[in-house]
Design a protein around this ligand. Structure first.
Ligand SMILES: [Zn+2]
Length: 49
C-alpha cells in the first residue's frame, strides 16, 4: 500500500510500501537535515495515498 510522508521542510516522499517509505524518508532526513529519524517517527507522520 502506497504511503506519503511530508517532511517539515515541505518535501513530499512517496513510498511503495512502509519499508520503502521509511528508507527514503530516513535518507532524506540524513542527507538534507543531518537528522536520524526512526521507523516509528516516519510512519507516525505518514498518510495513506
Ligand atoms: Zn526535509
Amino acid at each position: 500500500m502506497a504511503k506519503v510522508f511530508t517532511c517539515e521542510c515541505g518535501v513530499v516522499i512517496k513510498g511503495r510500501d512502509d519499508g520503502d517509505l521509511v528508507r527514503q524518508a530516513q535518507r532524506h532526513a540524513r542527507e538534507v537535515h543531518r537528522m536520524q529519524i526512526t521507523r516509528e517517527q516516519v510512519l507516525a507522520m505518514a498518510r495513506q495515498e
